[in-house]
Design a protein around this ligand. Structure first.
Ligand code: IMP
Length: 202
C-alpha cells in the first residue's frame, strides 16, 4: 500500500515513515506542500481537512496527522493551537526571536512558572482519506512538563515533555522508544488495526 503524507512538518514526516515501514506501508512525500487552513475545532476535524485537501489535489490516498499538547493547568491549552502557541493571545504572545519550537516552549514554561500541577498529554488523530471516505486512528501519551528543556531528539515540545514512568524527556529517548509510547505511534497502529478489521469484513 502507498500513501501520501499530508504534512510539511519534517519531524512528523520522519516519525510517520519510521512507524509505518514495518507494516509494509510505503509513504511518499507530497510533490508540493499545500497551504491548508486548519479551521477545525478538534484534532480529528483538522486531520480530515488536511487529508481531504491532499487527496483532492493529488488524487492519491492521503494520510494526515493532527496532534498537539494538552496541559491540565492551562485548561487543555495549547491543544489545536500547539504549532503556533507562541503567537496565540493566551497569557500574552511571545516574540519570534528563536525557532517556532523554542518560542512555543518558552511561552509554555513562562505560563507554568510556579505551577505545581504539570500534568499534560500528547494527543494525535490520524486520518487516511481515500476518496470514498476516511479511516481514523487515535492515540495519547500522558506525562508532565519539565522545569526546563532537555535533549536534542524529536521535535516540538519533546524537550519539555516527560512521559509517565520515565525521568527522561521525550527528546532524550531513542526514536524507537518514542514510537513505542508516543501518541503518534499509538494512533497509527490504531489506524492499521481498523484497516485490518475492515479488510477482514469486506
Ligand atoms: P499540527 O501540524 O497542527 O498537527 O501541529 C502539531 C504541533 O503539536 C507540532 O507543531 C508540535 O508543536 C506539537 N506536537 C505534536 N506532536 C508532537 C510530538 O510528537 N512531539 C512534540 N511536539 C509535538
Amino acid at each position: 500500500m502507498k500513501v501520501l503524507v499530508a504534512t510539511s512538518n519534517v519531524g512528523k514526516l520522519k516519525e510517520i515513515e519510521r512507524i509505518l515501514r514495518p507494516f509494509g506501508i510505503e509513504v511518499s512525500r507530497p510533490p508540493e506542500v499545500l497551504k491548508v487552513e486548519e479551521s477545525g475545532r478538534t484534532f480529528l476535524e483538522n486531520a480530515l481537512i488536511k487529508a481531504r485537501a491532499y487527496f483532492e489535489r493529488f488524487g492519491l490516498p492521503s494520510l494526515a496527522d493532527d496532534s498537539g499538547l494538552e496541559v491540565e493547568a492551562l485548561g487543555g491549552y495549547p491543544g489545536v493551537y500547539s504549532s503556533r502557541f507562541y503567537s496565540i493571545d493566551f497569557g500574552g504572545v511571545e516574540e519570534l526571536k528563536v525557532s517556532v519550537d523554542e518560542a512555543n516552549i518558552r511561552k509554555l514554561l513562562r505560563l507554568l512558572e510556579g505551577e505545581k500541577n504539570r500534568k499534560a498529554r500528547f494527543v494525535a488523530w490520524v486520518v487516511l482519506y481515500t476518496g470514498g471516505g476516511g479511516v481514523f486512528g487515535h492515540g495519547e501519551c500522558k506525562g508532565k512538563i519539565a522545569e526546563e528543556p532537555r535533549g536534542e531528539r524529536g521535535f516540538g515540545y519533546d524537550p519539555v515533555f516527560i512521559p509517565d514512568g520515565y525521568s527522561s524527556t521525550m527528546a532524550e529517548l531513542p526514536p524507537e522508544e518514542k514510537d513505542r509510547i508516543s501518541h503518534r505511534g499509538k494512533a497509527l497502529r490504531n489506524l492499521i488495526d481498523t484497516l485490518s478489521s475492515l479488510r477482514s469484513i469486506f
